[in-house]
Write a protein that binds this ligand. Structure first.
Ligand code: 13P
Ligand code: SF4
Length: 314
């Protein structure tokens, strides 16, 4: 089948099965075209939690689909591929993290959503890139904070909130790779161009940015801005949505340094998913995301706490 035929078939089968397809902005354009909702980590979590579809097809990476299962445990959640990792989640192994927490028993443990359910179960509160500042500011000033696993996001939050935190040493291999020197070259070649950046980026890249936020916030900023030239410092997938919403604007993906395997801004984990795998998983309702009831119970409350703080319920 061609991609166009596959997309048509996916849309038909989705309707027949009363399925909801959720996709992250970093997914391939063809996958985004099939989705009922394309969003950032927080938006996708809320959509999954509130869904009453018969089945949720989650096109993102593993920790996202696992979070969806924790938030909507009775729902069947399937993914195009079970092997979609994340360098941040991989950096934060259970035993090492547990030891770190035990060494700092009085610290409030704030964990970025890019981690496993086991790590979430050791956390006091979860955050995403769209609510992290609010979550940190909700913690009493006299409490010390252990923040994991993204040290770049952690450093950015330290600067924004004025809080010192104990930081886990994890990075996103995509955002870590943006080249400061190449960005400066693009700025010099395009006077007036603005940079929008994801807070997983290095501090020197963030220094250059006019706006820093989650993928959804970056898209909204570019669309609403009176400016018409932007460097987009996040994974290249957001460009698909941006081109639709701001077709007349010049959008340049932030380049990675030469030594980076492809010198591009693609997340190889996200790109493990393909349109064909999306079709197969919808058709076969497999592979399924499985989380034990015990783990769901222990990982759920720090996520609920994040949602309550974000929605001003506490
Ligand atoms: P957001 O979806 O919160 O913008 O995070 C980006 C990311 O890297 C997800 O893995
Ligand atoms: Fe993980 Fe970075 Fe890929 Fe997001 S872009 S899934 S943080 S490796």
């Amino acid at each position: 089948m061609t991609d166009v035929e596959l997309i048509d078939t996916i849309l038909r089968v989705k309707k027949d099965k009363n399925a909801l397809i959720l996709a992250h902005y970093y997914q391939d354009e063809s996958i985004q075209l099939c989705a009922d909702f394309v969003g950032d980590s927080y938006g996708l979590s809320i959509k999954a939690m509130n869904s009453n579809a018969d089945i949720i097809v989650f096109a993102g990476v593993h920790f996202m689909a696992e979070t969806a299962k924790i938030l909507n445990p009775t729902k069947k959640i399937v993914v195009p591929d079970l092997e979609t990792g994340c360098s941040l989640a991989a950096s934060c192994e259970y035993d090492r993290f547990k030891k770190m927490k035990e060494m700092h028993p009085n610290h409030v443990v704030v964990t970025y959503i890019n981690c496993s359910a086991e790590i979430k179960s050791l956390s006091d509160v979860i955050c995403t890139s769209s609510n992290a500042e609010k979550i940190i500011n909700s913690i009493p000033e006299n409490r010390e904070i252990l923040f994991a696993p993204d040290k770049n996001l952690g450093k950015y939050l330290e600067k924004k909130t004025g809080r010192r935190m104990l930081l886990w040493d994890g990075v996103c291999i995509v955002h870590e790779s943006f080249s400061f020197n190449k960005l400066v070259e693009i700025i010099n070649e395009n006077p007036g161009i603005k940079i929008v950046a994801h807070p997983e980026s290095n501090a020197d890249v963030l220094e250059l940015a006019t706006f820093i936020g989650s993928t959804t916030e970056m898209i909204n900023f570019v669309v609403d801005s009176p400016d018409d030239k932007f460097i987009i410092a996040t994974e290249i997938g957001v460009i698909h949505d941006l081109k639709k919403k701001a077709p007349h604007k010049l959008l340049i993906p932030a380049p990675a340094y030469e030594e980076n395997s492809c010198a591009c801004s693609e997340c190889a984990y996200m790109k493990v998913n393909t349109l064909k795998k999306l079709y197969d998983c919808l058709l076969n309702e497999s592979p399924v995301i499985d989380v034990t009831p015990e783990l769901i119970e222990s990982a759920r409350w720090p996520i609920d706490k994040m949602i309550k703080i974000t929605e001003n319920e506490i």
